[in-house]
Write a protein that binds this ligand. Structure first.
Ligand code: ADP
Ligand code: MG
Ligand code: MG
Length: 204
């Protein structure tokens, strides 16, 4: 597998489409256990990402990821903006001079992104945050010699669904304690859209 600028642009566009299509759904999930703005935050942020990246010429994925990071950091409030922004900033640093991105570089980039998310948000695995989706995705890449889109889709989807039965320990949902059980974590659903979109690009 190889990811170049065009394929990463495609990944971002697919992610944006899923987020825009599910804006109300993400908001309703966040209304149940948060403050009801996750759909608004993500749709605004990713639309800004597309506006910026579709009107800029990139010679490297590293520069492209950096613009994604800066856009999310500056345009998205709440917990999710800084977390996704940090993730893309780490990926930008890792892929520098390692392009087009091969499987090992993607693995290193996503691992570094997860480390950034953990540093910034201080969540642990199973705290019912987007960490619960990013962790098994990174593990999958580490475990497999070859990465298949279908496996990435399946692993991220199962991880997203597994947040439903958990009790939130971080973020706004943690205030609800036991009452957070039985609801999907909104950030895990948006992270699932990100990885399902990457899976589609890898399958093309
Ligand atoms: P806010 O909660 O500030 O309104 P959003 O609604 O946009 O921000 O994002 C909420 C999502 O962010 C949660 O569903 C969760 O996945 C993620 N999140 C919140 N706090 C943390 C944290 N400390 N570490 C990792 N992810 C977190
Ligand atoms: Mg919110
Ligand atoms: Mg908020």
């Amino acid at each position: 597998m190889k990811l170049d600028v065009q394929q990463v642009l495609n990944w971002l566009e697919k992610t944006n489409e899923k987020i825009q299509m599910n804006k109300e759904y993400l908001t309703s999930l966040d209304r149940a256990i948060g403050d009801g703005d996750h759909g608004i935050n993500m749709s605004r942020g990713f639309q800004e990402v597309i506006d910026k990246t579709s009107t800029t010429t990139y010679t490297s994925v590293s520069d492209l990821f950096k613009d994604v990071a800066m856009t999310l950091l500056s345009k998205v409030g709440g917990a999710s903006g800084p977390l996704y922004g940090t993730a893309f900033l780490k990926m930008s640093m890792i892929v520098k001079n390692r392009e087009p991105i091969d499987k090992k570089t993607l693995e290193d980039a996503l691992e570094s992104a997860l480390e950034g998310i953990l540093q910034r948000g201080k969540a642990n695995l199973n705290d019912k945050t987007l960490v619960d989706v990013w962790t098994p995705v990174v593990d999958l890449l580490k475990d497999k010699e070859v990465i298949k889109g279908s496996e990435l889709e399946e692993v991220s989807k199962n991880a997203m669904e597994s947040t439903k039965e958990r009790m939130a320990k971080k973020g706004r949902a943690a205030y609800l304690k036991e009452r957070s059980i039985g609801h999907l974590d909104p950030g895990s659903v948006s992270s699932y859209y990100l990885f399902a979109s990457l899976a589609e690009v890898l399958s093309e």
